[in-house]
Design a protein around this ligand. Structure first.
Ligand code: ATP
Ligand code: MG
Length: 444
């Protein structure tokens, strides 16, 4: 891809309503365009990042054995009347009437819809457990949409749902998702902390929010530093015992959201040195809630004793579009964004210092093609802009690697390579470009 063919509306100044750094940088780097309050269009660069995050989330759900489906954005009100949430949800729900005057709504979440799918086809304990997920747009008419895609009204969510025979099995599904979340966030370059969250009045419920620490986080979190140092082995899903061991190891340590926090307990259980407190951005939330929906919606199954019982359920969300902003919040400097390799819109930006020089242009295209053949996505900055502007845009957008091709170095068979995170540059023979970039990107 050449920048002259790319739709990239880079802004000099950030819009005045952008209060936090991720919103400012997403606007300046031409990633999104506002449609109305809390509703955005994703432009090419932003969409590439969104898609990369979505793929990692999907791969980890699949790896954990969750089945992907796709439920509609528009749901019938009837289902929500069955669960009792139609009234409760209040003004956050966007309600629509179709031409037949039937009550519909734009889904803020999908517990009712997925419970309906389940109860239509699964009748026996033999068919359990079931784990389903989808990645779909949601609409919540937030009171105060703000911070760009961080708290939007329309946003992309991965939501998974589990169906189990009893509490014990439901706990295992919950633990599996707990692991899947840790793996997902790690691949996204994030240190997400599982914090115990309010799980409502029903006993046996479990709930954790996955939060990343950033000054702009909307809530306060508290945890034991030991929580951040646990590692998970690659074959974790090979046995249930392993899954249970690892998660219960996490659960040993204190963690809490502000509404669950108990200062006295925190001070008693966690030494001063190990107390971590900070603002957290909630990027995921897992919840095990028994028969909250299966009871009113009559999603019951026949057990091996021949008796009918309500299925045990859980739901598990990840804010896919929020993650784009959350990653930027934790990874930027005064020049702009610093993308982790796994989600960078392009891994390499090849700057042509002299567009009119055929040799330079040919070299850029040659390197670009070599990189693409190796599965490393790159873009050529062939715009008629000054070198300074090209460098500053490259830093603003945050490509992990920038290559600079100019006539003088090219004469000697060299190009310049710059690494965004380290901020250093080096002259290297262009024959080594591929090797050096591969080493660099895989070492991270
Ligand atoms: P919050 O407390 O931030 O309002 P929530 O608890 O209402 O979120 P959940 O229902 O748990 O959200 O949704 C799952 C995930 O979806 C959240 O962890 C968050 O990452 C994301 N999310 C929720 N609301 C929004 C929003 N308005 N804009 C962007 N992402 C959101
Ligand atoms: Mg939540």
């Amino acid at each position: 891809m050449r920048l002259t063919n790319y739709f990239l509306p880079v802004l000099k100044e950030s819009p005045s309503d952008a209060e936090i750094i991720s919103h400012q940088l997403m606007m300046r780097a031409g990633m999104i365009s506002q449609s109305s309050s809390g509703i955005y269009s994703w432009l090419p660069l932003g969409l590439r990042v969104l898609k990369k995050i979505e793929s990692i989330v999907r791969e980890e759900q699949d790896f954990a054995g969750v089945n992907e489906i796709l439920m509609p954005t528009i749901q019938p009100a009837e289902l929500w009347k069955e669960s009792g949430r139609y009234e409760d949800y209040g003004k956050e729900m966007l309600r629509i009437n179709d031409r037949q005057d039937r009550e519909m709504l734009y889904g803020p979440t999908n517990e009712e819809q997925v419970t309906d799918i389940f109860r239509r086809s699964i009748k026996s304990y033999k068919e359990l457990p079931q784990l389903l997920y989808h990645i779909q747009w949601k609409f919540r008419d937030e009171l105060r949409p703000r911070f760009g895609v961080m708290r939007g009204r329309e946003f992309l969510m991965k939501d998974a749902y589990s169906f189990d025979l009893n509490q014990e099995e439901a706990k295992l599904s919950y633990y599996k998702m707990f692991i899947a979340y840790l793996r997902t966030f790690e691949r996204l370059g994030l240190n997400a902390i599982p914090v115990a969250a309010d799980s409502g009045p029903i006993g046996g419920n479990l709930s954790h929010e996955f939060s990343i620490v950033a000054d702009t986080g909307e809530s306060e979190i508290f945890c034991d530093k030991n929580l951040l140092e646990i590692s998970i082995d690659e074959n974790i899903y090979s046995s249930n015992d392993k899954i249970i061991d690892v998660v219960e190891n996490y659960l040993k340590f204190y963690s809490a959201t502000d509404d669950k926090h108990d200062a006295k307990k925190f001070n008693n259980l966690v030494s001063k040195d190990n107390q971590v407190t900070g603002r957290g951005i909630e990027v995921g939330h897992i919840f095990s809630f028994g028969d909250k929906y299966s009871n009113p919606m009559k999603a019951s199954i026949i057990g091996n004793d021949g008796k009918m019982s309500n299925v045990y359920m859980g739901s598990y969300g990840i804010g896919v579009s929020r993650l784009v902003a959350a990653i930027i919040e934790t990874s930027n400097d005064e020049k702009g964004i610093i993308w982790p390799t796994s989600v960078a819109p392009f891994l390499v930006n090849i700057i042509n210092l002299k567009n009119k020089d055929d040799k330079c242009m040919d070299k850029c295209i040659e390197i670009h093609n070599d990189l693409e053949r190796s599965g490393i996505d790159s873009i050529v900055d062939d715009r008629d802009e000054s070198a300074g502007k090209k460098f500053s845009d490259s830093d603003l957008i945050g490509f992990p690697v920038t290559l600079v091709v100019g006539p003088r170095e090219l004469e000697n068979g060299n190009v310049e390579i710059r690494f965004r995170r380290e901020g250093n540059n080096q002259i290297i023979p262009y024959d080594n470009v591929l090797k050096i970039i591969k080493n660099k990107l895989f070492e991270e």
